[in-house]
Design a protein around this ligand. Structure first.
Ligand SMILES: *Cc1c(COP(=O)(O)O)cnc(C)c1O
Length: 373
């Protein structure tokens, strides 16, 4: 059993994907070929937004979002310390200051009360200007937008949704990618919708912002690529990756359904002493990861070792809260600053999750959990 089985998906979709790749090799438009625009149309309609703008990866997508909104030096961007490093890296690459707020222990997402406090503290200190909130839909579960949108409105903050892990998720029918002024996702192979290399996209309703994003991803182009109206970058999605994604997007709704079924089986089987992931009312997770909480750090070691000897792979996302990372030492945080994120990072681990996890493998995970519980 593999933790995430990308080969099983390729076996299922092989003929269609191969045919799409061959078509690109034949027409030869490897950069911004017709598949890119076709994919952008399909992504926008899937997410129910006006514009999808593809780019080279999910990290670039975040940087492009910040740059398009004019966020940079002197600005504070509020985010969670319990996420993949890229979220915070993007804020710093844009020249802004990341300001953390602690997470909700049940959803692992940004806690709106802690966020409100962080915004007020930053505003009162007066050293940087509160400008934006960058939410993360961790493990595929959308953040608490109903409340976070109110915090943003109250303080005049832009909202940027990092939906790198949440493509396909929703809140009361509204898809991840549709929240905030601008949202981003990643097509890294292991994400819910992955390509066969790096890829990313941005989503927005705002026509003007979409134009700026299209310009920024292509050297700040104006009328054409030799008319440069701003300093942009080179961040395009390869046509071959767009072609692969078109076929994968077609299969995606069925895969999402199967992920729900695996999560539901796990939920019913989990012994009481492992805390199952909490999905608030009206929320649908895309189950990028199925993460559970052990009783303690030692208890986690026991579960992981026991599952391993039963042939069940696990992973830890994330073993260290970002405020304790070496690269962010200049922010002068110490242990205890974000107690919920620290506690969760000591106890969390993830079970195998894939649309292609066989019934037999699901049974193996469940039997092992029961035996160890
Ligand atoms: C994967 C990920 C990213 C970055 O995406 P890449 O395509 O790998 O650059 C950003 N934010 C989060 C939360 C992620 O999980």
């Amino acid at each position: 059993m593999q933790f995430i089985d990308l080969k099983a998906q390729y076996s299922a979709l092989r003929e269609r994907i191969d045919r799409r790749i061959e078509a690109v090799l034949e027409h030869g438009a490897f950069i911004m070929g017709p598949e890119v625009a076709e994919l952008e149309g399909e992504l926008a309609s899937y997410c129910g937004v006006g514009h999808a703008v593809t780019c080279a990866n999910g990290t670039d997508a975040l940087v492009l979002a910040l740059r398009a909104l004019g966020i940079g030096p002197g600005d504070a961007v509020f985010t969670t310390p319990f996420t993949f490093f890229a979220t915070v890296e993007a804020i710093m690459l844009a020249g802004a200051l990341p300001v953390f707020a602690d997470i909700d222990p049940r959803t692992f997402n940004l806690d709106p009360v802690a966020l409100q406090e962080a915004v007020e503290r930053t505003r009162d200190a007066g050293r940087v200007r509160p400008r934006a909130v960058m939410t993360v839909d961790l493990f595929g579960l959308p953040a608490d937008y109903a409340t976070i949108e109110q915090v943003c409105a109250r303080h005049g903050l832009e909202l940027i949704e990092d939906a790198a892990q949440a493509f396909g998720a929703s809140v009361r029918g509204m898809k991840a990618g549709a929240f905030g002024r601008v949202a981003t996702t990643s097509f890294f192979p292991a994400k819910p919708l992955g390509c066969y290399g790096d890829g990313g996209a941005l989503f927005t309703e705002d026509d003007e912002l979409a134009d700026v994003l299209r310009s920024l991803r292509m050297h700040g182009k104006g009328e054409d690529k030799y008319d440069n109206v701003r300093v942009g970058t080179n961040s395009r999605l390869d046509t071959i990756q767009a072609a692969i994604l078109l076929e994968k997007l077609d299969a995606f709704p069925g895969e999402l359904e199967r992920r729900q079924q695996v999560a539901e089986r796990y939920r019913q089987a989990l012994p009481n002493w492992l805390t199952a992931p909490h999905v608030p009312d009206g929320h649908v997770s895309s189950w990028a990861q199925h993460s559970v909480l052990a009783a303690s750090g030692d208890d986690r070691e026991r579960w992981i070792a026991g599952l391993k000897s039963a042939g069940v792979p696990t992973a830890i996302y994330y073993a260290r809260s970002l405020h304790l990372q070496t690269a962010l030492a200049h922010l002068n945080h110490s242990a205890g600053d974000f107690p919920v994120a620290e506690d969760v990072s000591n106890r969390i681990f993830s079970l195998p999750m894939s649309a292609y996890l066989t019934e037999a493998d699901q049974d193996r995970v469940i039997d092992a959990l029961r035996a160890l519980g």
